[in-house]
Design a protein around this ligand. Structure first.
Ligand SMILES: [Zn+2]
Length: 328
């Protein structure tokens, strides 16, 4: 299913369904110019995604030999189909920081560290390994390093007369990168700003304070003059600057409620703290919540706890191999 988003330059979105995923769909963007095409993000390496993407590209007459494929971040719903749609001549470009992080994650180390941290934060060990078997980020992860041109913050690439600036926006992933079509003031947002869900922020191995990175990146993107804001998932029916303010407010409130829970009772672990925060669980209680959702919720809670620890508002203490928290 394709939809024209911008008349000039010609930009379309291709609806990529994400089966059994609360994100519902990925927006793959296609820009057509006389000098070649731009494709932004791909979908999971799953048959439903592959079918929708190839069908969309065919309908739009996209020649992958004359196309730049830009990947906003490492998540497998954005990168999963690169190897299946690229040709020898496709120019694949990705932010250097996420590209290097992905290369490092292939050694298996990153997932091991993720698991270890969740266990240390009180997540039941058997649930950590059970969720790994169903987590789409793991199940559909690319197994090999793909060839790409890594690009740094502030660097540009061109398609004919069109200049695309890469804007490093870490937070959702360690090296998430938005793409800014300069003269037209169009921003491809990836998962940095989503409009009807809030992007997941978690505690990445080797990253000290993902939430602070994210909040700083929200301020950064707000300094750009944006006429059209194109999110990686679902719809955008709202002003981007207003949405940025909402997301900042959401996290500010969340930081305070996390602190309140820590203050209420000393020496709780992140798993216990997450269970007391408010989540949209569609009528389910925390105990009934599927492991997968708990994993995201606890990851998000850990990023808020990291933020509070970094600002000396709470202390993290190791108690019999588990981290617990108390207010300063
Ligand atoms: Zn993502």
């Amino acid at each position: 299913m394709i939809k024209k988003i911008v008349e000039q330059p010609e930009i379309y979105s291709v609806y990529i369904p994400l089966p059994n995923n609360p994100l519902k769909n990925l927006n793959c963007y296609v820009m057509k110019t006389d000098a070649g095409n731009l494709v932004v993000d791909t979908g999971f390496n799953q048959p439903e995604c592959f079918e929708a993407l190839t069908e969309g590209l065919r309908e739009l007459n996209v020649d992958m030999n004359n196309t730049t494929l830009f990947l906003t971040h490492i998540h497998s719903d954005h990168t999963g189909l690169i190897e299946r749609i690229r040709t020898e001549k496709t120019r694949v470009i990705m932010g250097a920081k996420d590209y290097n992080y992905f290369s490092r994650s292939l050694s298996g180390n990153v997932w091991k560290l993720f698991n270890q941290r969740f266990i240390e934060e009180g997540f039941p060990e058997s649930d950590v390994y059970a969720q790994e078997k169903v987590n789409p980020a793991v199940v559909y992860a690319l197994k090999n390093l793909f060839k790409a041109i890594p690009i740094n913050d502030g660097e540009s690439f061109f398609i004919g007369k069109y200049e695309f600036e890469c804007v490093l926006t870490p937070g959702h992933t360690p090296g998430h990168t938005c793409l800014y079509l300069k003269n037209e003031k169009i921003m491809f947002l990836g998962d940095h700003v989503l409009f009807d869900i809030s992007p997941n922020i978690t505690c990445w191995p080797y990253v000290k304070d993902s939430l602070n990175d994210y909040l700083t990146s929200l301020d950064k993107i707000a300094t750009y003059d944006i006429r059209v804001a194109l999110p990686g998932h679902r719809k955008n029916e709202m002003d981007v600057y207003e949405r940025i303010a909402q997301l900042k407010k959401h996290h500010a409130e969340r930081i305070e409620s996390t602190l309140d829970i820590v203050k209420k009772k000393e020496y709780q672990n992140a798993y216990e703290i997450a269970g007391q925060l408010k989540w949209s669980l569609r009528g389910k209680t925390w105990a009934e919540c599927p492991i997968q959702q708990k994993w995201f919720a606890v990851g998000e809670t850990m990023s808020h706890l990291d933020y509070l620890v970094e600002r000396n508002r709470i202390v993290r203490i190791k108690d019999q191999n588990i981290f617990v928290y108390r207010a300063k």
